[in-house]
Ligand binder design. Structure first.
Ligand code: GN1
Ligand code: MG
Length: 384
């Protein structure tokens, strides 16, 4: 493998001598490597190389086109605004100017696809953080990302995973997979199924708002997990948002909801001790302030009124996806041990029940914060 990955790294258009490639064991979908090169000026520089999971991303060139278009647009805007605080993610092409390096797997006869990015220097990301400043910054980072793309035409992007956040469709598939029960696991998880069904009431809400045109289709990230924000190691400020695989047309609400789900839980997504899992309201307020500090002027009132609901819907969706994958025999998410997906599903169900209890407070805070930012911005414009 070592020789193979070195050979792949050599095919990217990087003017340097490859020193080392290290595999990073994170992410539930793709495989990530860090490649270090000695550059022409003698300095050492790291690059990210990723093997694309083609079971999940069936059309890697379409996916890379989305990423390349969006990263170029962000880079242009960032330069235009004279922003030299937020470094941009850029795709590094191969030596033939292609977005991917292709390799033929001799065993299976299938093509494998690799892509490369620059590394965001002096940065760190967190799987969990209870630091209020970090959480505020994660909210601001995803808000900033959405704001930069608020005038990018969503029709220009390919839908690389159809129905990615179509919660009702995922639910229907889940119900038929319980029936099919290919691995004979449905009975084992009957308690989890019952708990999940209790919360199915809100699953159609966002999809219906999109269908009716009540809320707009925007360019969205679709994987706003806390560890997808690179933070400055020294200052703790956000630098940039990574993992743009699922950038597609979608709803801003799923991005906000998923950000809160992932960032404001008191434990990691696969914590087994459920007594440690809840929605931390202090962190939720920080995330929401950070997000709205960027997005209050860009969201419609219908979007704002449904932000709270989006947290419940996306947590339901993740609980459902993990449980469904367990029932299907763990074919989608990478797992590190036997019942990993079941642990994740239980964890998300616990979080969901806590979010459900806290909905009135969640909604109240979102509206108050929205009004505050809208008002402050108006005053700012008036006083200019
Ligand atoms: C997957 O691999 P990662 O961690 O970036 C998944 C997300 C889930 C997430 C849950 C393409 O993302 O949708 O929210 O796991 N990505 C895809 O941890 O399915
Ligand atoms: Mg991802």
């Amino acid at each position: 493998m070592k020789k193979e990955i070195n050979n792949i790294a050599d095919q990217f258009n990087i003017n340097g001598e490859l020193l080392n490639v290290e595999c990073k064991n994170n992410g539930n979908i793709n495989r990530t490597y860090i490649a270090t090169y000695k550059m022409e000026d003698g300095s050492e520089k790291c690059f990210i190389i990723q093997k694309i999971n083609t079971t999940v991303f069936k059309e890697p060139y379409k996916l890379m086109k989305n990423i390349s278009n969006v990263t170029s647009f962000i880079e242009m805007k960032t330069q235009f605004c004279g922003d030299n605080i937020h470094p941009c993610l850029s795709v590094i092409k191969n030596k033939n100017n292609k977005l991917l390096v292709e390799v033929l797997d001799e065993k299976t006869g299938e093509k494998q696809y690799y892509r490369a990015y620059n590394c965001i220097e002096n940065s760190i990301s967190y799987d969990v953080s209870t630091d209020k400043q970090v959480v505020y910054n994660v909210g601001a980072a995803f808000g900033h990302f959405q704001r930069l793309l608020s005038d990018y035409d969503a029709d220009d992007l390919e839908t690389t995973i159809p129905d990615f956040h179509n919660t009702p469709k995922r639910f229907d598939n889940f119900m038929s997979d319980i029936e099919l029960d290919v691995c004979d696991r449905s009975e084992e998880v009957s308690q989890e199924i019952i708990t999940l069904l209790k919360y199915r009431g809100s699953k159609d809400k966002i999809v219906n708002l999109l269908k009716k045109g009540t809320i707009p289709v925007r360019v969205t990230h679709n994987d706003t997990k806390v560890n997808n924000v690179m933070m400055d190691k020294k200052t703790g400020d956000y630098l940039t948002v990574i993992d743009l695989d699922t950038v597609m047309p979608g709803s801003a609400l799923y991005d906000y909801g998923d950000g809160v789900r992932s960032t404001c839980s008191t434990a990691a997504e696969d914590e087994r001790d459920l007594s440690k899992v809840e929605l931390n309201m202090e962190l939720f307020t920080e995330y929401t302030k950070g997000y709205l500090s960027e997005m209050a002027d860009y969201l419609t009132e219908d979007e704002v009124c449904n932000m709270g609901e989006s947290i419940r819907v996306i947590t339901f969706e993740l609980a459902l996806r993990f449980l469904n994958d367990y029932i299907n025999g763990d074919t989608y998410f990478k797992t590190k041990y036997d019942k990993h997906n079941l642990v994740r599903a239980r964890n998300q169900l616990k979080l969901l029940s806590d979010i459900d209890k806290k909905m009135p407070d969640i909604n109240k805070f979102i509206l108050e914060t929205y009004r505050k930012y809208k008002h402050e911005n108006k005053q700012l414009i008036k006083n200019k």
